[in-house]
Design a protein around this ligand. Sequence first.
Ligand SMILES: C[S@@+](CC[C@H](N)C(=O)[O-])C[C@H]1O[C@@H](n2cnc3c(N)ncnc32)[C@H](O)[C@@H]1O
Length: 237
Amino acid sequence: MAPSSPLPPPEEKPTFVRHMFADAARRYDRMNRIMTLGQDQRWRRMVVEACRIQPGARVLDVATGTADIALEVLRRHPQARVVGADFTHEMMRIGQAKDPTGRIAFIEGDALHLPFPDQSFDAVCSGFLMRNVTDVRAAFAEQYRVTRPGGRVVCLEITRPATPIWRDVFHLYFFKLVPRLSAFLSSNKEAYTYLPHSTLQFPRPPQLAQIMRSVGFRRVTWRTLMLGTIALHVGEV
Ligand SMILES: C[S@@+](CC[C@H](N)C(=O)[O-])C[C@H]1O[C@@H](n2cnc3c(N)ncnc32)[C@H](O)[C@@H]1O
């Protein structure tokens, strides 16, 4: 059994999430590498591949955080025009320091009200955003709105494995090991208690695909990675 939920009520969630990431910003990259056993950058490369970026494409990385996906887009596609949007200034400041020549346009904005006109981008992606929003459908609807017809939207997120044995391993890892590890490595234990609980309420991959279809996405596909603990969804506008 999971311990009682420390998740905030929906009306407090955006402030809670923003404070949590503002506080974790300086340690975020290091914690990511450790908690994913060094796999997280490989998954971000898969996100960029799934975007099918063409030369000169306009790409939006929603909830860019410390900009690892946005930087990967530029590494693979130096001609792309990349925007990183996030509502936590402190996370983007770390990202800006990793982009000294200023190739990424960092914009402060909410994933539920993206500050861009309709059809502004050829591809829109997000990594580890969707668990944090109060309305997953509304977030996908915004991504759909700002993507041009024929463009792609790609979503990378943690998910719960379907196989019983891996479910138990996942539970042990996220509920027991991750909070201890984070308590050891950082002062922000809250963040890594929130993390496992937020995965419990998050739709499983088939349901997430269904939400994407309900918004209007076509040809929605998904695959799981890392023993079913990570899901990569792709949809076309
Ligand atoms: C787990 S981090 C992921 C950062 C980055 N995408 C990555 O791959 O490492 C989640 C990010 O989502 C941002 N975020 C959460 N909810 C958001 C919202 N409603 N609007 C904009 N950004 C949001 C947080 O500020 C944080 O930077």
